[in-house]
Design a protein around this ligand. Structure first.
Ligand code: FAD
Ligand code: 2HG
Ligand code: ZN
Length: 536
């Protein structure tokens, strides 16, 4: 017989209930999910360790001598087209050169900050004519080194193109400049009763243009699908300065090739995205979040299958975390598990719907069933907005807590669900065999954790190290990618290929596909000036 308890730590009602009395034990959320959860800019790892130049970390890489170097005449041309205030140089350019993981550092001496699509077009016309290489940059929160230069490429930052262009409260179609921050867009549509269909931990910093360029997945994909479905229109500037206006607001349009799809996930290699039209769904009035512990990965899968069956249309997130991830975020960031005991795995389930009684009834029945069948060991249900936010902060805080270790090797993969977690166990064993045991005196490996969007078949394997270490990297790569290839998985479920995985694309894509991608690249960017040294 279990009895109900109360968690002192974050004040959540604890539902380690007696099977018979369980219905009463799982108290449900009373408020809609807040418009903003984390509400802060993404934290970037503290700059205690100097970031090595990418060119020094990868000495075999050479600058492509076909690209011109920026001259005084180029600078004069940029200042004439933009105004001096929008041309950043010297020490002010430093932040644009370093990625959020502090793993990659470029050598750009010039950063251009256009305010309009016409200014982007003028920049690209000039760079194309002069064969100057360019890196489009959004919020610089990308996790594959794609948003920063490798050598002296010019950074084109979309940060000043940050306006909401239009919103239609009948259709829910939002039109924004590419530099609009995700959280700002979400807050904007929230005022009209809508929700942005994408949500992720970096929402306070990342741009919609960057999200589209990476085809970001995030925490709501399970419910609202990928950007390939929700993005209706894209406006972009091609390498030669041509503006392609594909800002459709239509859900259905079968007039020829759907070219906007090529920009979604193109990671700055095909054009500079300047505008995006997105279909936003209605914001749910009732949101509930449950968090529970389970003792095996098998049980995590059982809980997911039952969530799909029993929560159906109200299921909006199914995130899982292993014990190591939850303990790490507790220790490093203070986001503590609300459960008294330790568990091998944890799951955060969110439901979003419109009818409180109906939603709560469904969720309670689901949780009761899991308890009765011994699928879950213990759990809590958020009682109010603060508790709901605490649970999400725990989940969203995991990457930040790992970054505090010094460095993190990140693998963002899709694998058939039954084998998803095996990669984490195998990585721990493999690293130990290679002489890098976890959390052992003298070993650079601080932690190996697994978490992610289980509902999307997406695992985040993170190997935290005390500092970036070539020997650890060599032990992990291509070993991890080979492991994934053997299971026909994807080496990038959501973060993209960028610089980090550029040599490993063939582990997930057949040569015919890679050749076709190259042909498209040549057609869109014949001089290869857009985001060179990256994946294509
Ligand atoms: P940047 O980092 O600036 O750029 C990313 C890539 O897009 C680069 O190749 C760049 O050249 C290109 N690019 C940027 N803007 C443009 C443009 N306007 N036109 C053309 N190309 C452009 N990703 C997920 O998928 N799911 C998650 O849950 C998730 N969570 C995250 C949590 C944290 C804490 C962090 C730090 C990152 C997370 N990410 C996640 C990574 C994710 O890719 C980014 O956060 C986001 O999508 C990148 O947007 P950005 O504006 O920062 O783009
Ligand atoms: C998340 O789901 C992000 O939190 C980041 O995609 C994952 O840092 C990572 O590996
Ligand atoms: Zn993710």
């Amino acid at each position: 017989m279990h009895t109900m308890r109360h968690s002192q730590r974050i004040g959540l009602e604890l539902a380690k209930a007696a099977r018979a009395g369980l219905r009463a034990g799982w108290a449900t959320g009373r408020t809609a999910r807040p418009a903003v959860r984390a509400g802060a800019r993404w934290y970037s790892a503290p700059g205690t360790q100097t970031v090595k130049l990418t060119a020094e970390s990868y000495p075999q890489l050479e600058r492509d001598t076909r690209f011109a170097r920026v001259t005084a005449e180029d600078m004069a041309a940029f200042e004439a087209m933009l105004g001096a205030g929008q041309v950043v140089t010297g020490a002010d350019a430093e932040g644009y050169n370093i990625d959020t993981m502090r793993k990659y550092k470029g050598q750009a001496s010039v950063v251009l900050r256009p305010r309009t699509t016409e200014e982007v077009a003028a920049i690209m016309r000039h760079c194309h004519a002069r064969r100057l290489a360019v890196v489009p940059q959004g919020g610089n929160t990308g996790l594959v080194g794609g948003s920063v230069p490798v050598f002296d490429e010019i950074v084109v930052s979309l940060a000043l193109m940050n306006s909401v262009r239009a919103f239609d409260p009948v259709s829910g179609v939002l039109e924004v400049d590419a530099g609009c921050v995700l959280e700002t867009a979400d807050q904007y549509v929230a005022e009209h009763g809508y929700i942005f269909p994408l949500d992720l931990g970096a929402k306070g910093s990342c741009h919609i243009g960057g999200n589209v360029a990476t085809n970001a997945g995030g925490l709501r994909l399970l419910r609202y699908g990928s950007l390939h479905g929700t993005v209706l229109g894209v406006e972009a500037v091609l390498a030669d300065g041509t503006v392609v206006n594909g800002m459709s607001r239509l859900r259905k349009d079968n007039t020829g090739y759907d070219l906007k799809q090529l920009f979604i996930g193109s990671e700055g290699t095909l054009g500079v995205i300047t505008g995006v039209a997105v279909l936003c769904p209605r914001r749910s009035a009732v949101v509930n979040v449950a968090f529970f512990g389970l003792e095996s990965y098998e049980k995590v899968q059982q809980a997911f299958v039952r969530a799909k069956g029993e929560l159906q249309e109200i299921l909006s997130a199914f995130e899982f975390m292993d014990q190591e991830a939850v303990e790490h975020v507790g220790k490093m960031s203070g986001h503590l598990s609300p459960l008294d005991d330790k568990h091998r795995f944890y799951v955060l389930v969110e439901t979003s719907g419109s009818n409180r009684e109906h939603d709560e009834d469904k969720l309670q029945t689901y949780l009761e069933g899991l308890m009765e069948n011994d699928v879950i060991a213990d759990g809590v249900l958020a009682q109010d907005e603060t508790q709901l936010r605490s649970l999400w902060n725990l989940r969203e805080g995991i990457p930040e807590s790992l970054a505090k270790s010094g460095g993190v090797y990140k693998y963002d993969v899709s694998i058939p669900l039954n084998e998803l977690y095996q990669l984490v166990d195998d990585t721990r064993t493999h690293l130990a065999e290679q002489g890098f045991p976890t959390a052992t005196e003298g070993s650079p490996v601080v932690n190996v954790v697994g978490y992610g969007h289980l509902g999307d078949g997406n695992l985040h394997l993170n190997v935290a190290v005390n500092r970036y270490n070539k020997a650890v990297e060599a032990a992990l790569e291509p070993w991890v990618y080979e492991w994934i290839q053997k299971r026909s998985g994807s080496i990038s479920a959501e973060h993209g290929v960028g610089f980090a995985k550029k040599n490993y694309l063939h582990y997930s894509k057949d040569q015919g596909m890679i050749d076709l991608m190259r042909q498209l690249k040549v057609a869109y960017d014949p001089q290869g000036i857009l985001n060179p040294y990256k994946y294509i």
